[in-house]
Design a protein around this ligand. Sequence first.
Ligand code: PEP
Ligand code: MG
Length: 327
Amino acid sequence: RKAAFAALRDLPPETKDGHRVTLMVNAGLRDDVAALDLTGADGIGLFRTEFQFLVSATLPQRERQQRLYREVLEAAGDRPVIFRTVDIGGDKALPYLTVESEGEENPAMGWRALRLALERDGLMKAQARALLEAAAGRTLQVMFPMVSEAWEFEEARALFDAQRDWLAARGKRLPQDIRFGAMLEVPALAEQLDLLLPHIDFLSIGTNDLTQFLFAADRANPKLAERYDWLSASILRFIRRATEEAHAAGVPVAVCGEMGGRPLEALALIAIGVDRLSITPAAVGPVKAMIRSLDRAAATGELAALLANPPRDLRGTLEAWAVAQGI
Ligand code: PEP
Ligand code: MG
C-alpha cells in the first residue's frame, strides 16, 4: 500500500466527478518542508510557529524567527505556506514566559495564543516584522489561533498593518501580497462570523480544539479520547454551517486539525463543502487515494441525508456507505 500511495504523489487530489480538493500538510520545523516533495502536497496549510519557541531555552530573537520563515518560504518555492502566529501559553508554557499563566486551572482555556499575544504585543510585533521581512517580494499568508471574537482578529491584523507601514516608511521591501486568515476553534466565533468574514481571506477550522470545546472534553484526557466521535452530527453540522456561511461571503474554508487526516472524516468534510485539508504528511497518501475514488456529489447527498436524520452510529453508517461505493 505504501508503494501505491507513493505512485499517487504526482496525481491531483481530484474526485471522480472532477472536484479538485486542496491538500496541504501541517508543519512546524524547517525540515518538515521536505514533506512537500515527498507527498506532492499543494503547500503548507498550517505552519505552527510556536515550535521554534518551544524548543528554545530563551525567547527566539526576531532575526532568528525571520531566518526560519525565510528558509521555509524558500524551500516551499511556489507552493503556499500559511504561518500561524504563536499558540503558546496554557499547556504549551515557555520557561521564559510563564509568570502570568502559572497555576491556571484550565490552561487550554487560559491565557494562550492570541489572548497572550495581544497583551504581550512586543512578542507579536517582533513576529509580525519577522514574517513581513522574511516574505519580502513574495506572498505572505498569516493566520491567528484561538480567535474568540471578531475584534481580536482586527486587533491582530492592525498590528501587522502597523509593522508593514513601519517597514514601508523606511523603504524596506514588502511582501507582494499579504493574506490574513482566522482559525475557527473557539465555538463562540461561529456566532460572529458575519462580523469576521468581510475582513478575512480564508477560514481555517482547528478541529482539535474545536472538538474539545464543543464537547467540553479535554483533548489530552485519555479517558475521553474514545467517547466523542469526530463523525458526530454536532461537529459535522457545526462545520457545515460555518462553511456555508463562509462560502456565502466568498471565503474559502480549510480544516487543519487531525480530523482531516483520517480518510472517512476527510470524506465527510469534503462532502459538506470544505475546500482544503491541511493534514499530517503521512496521511496525504491515504486521503488522496480516498479522494480519487470518491463521487463527491453522491457523498454530499449521503451526508445531507445522514445529518438531516442522524443515526446513532453515524460513523458505522457512513463507513458502510463508503465500502458499498468501492471507496
Ligand atoms: C487545532 O486545534 O485543531 C489545531 C490545528 O491547532 P493545534 O492542534 O496546534 O492546537
Ligand atoms: Mg488549536
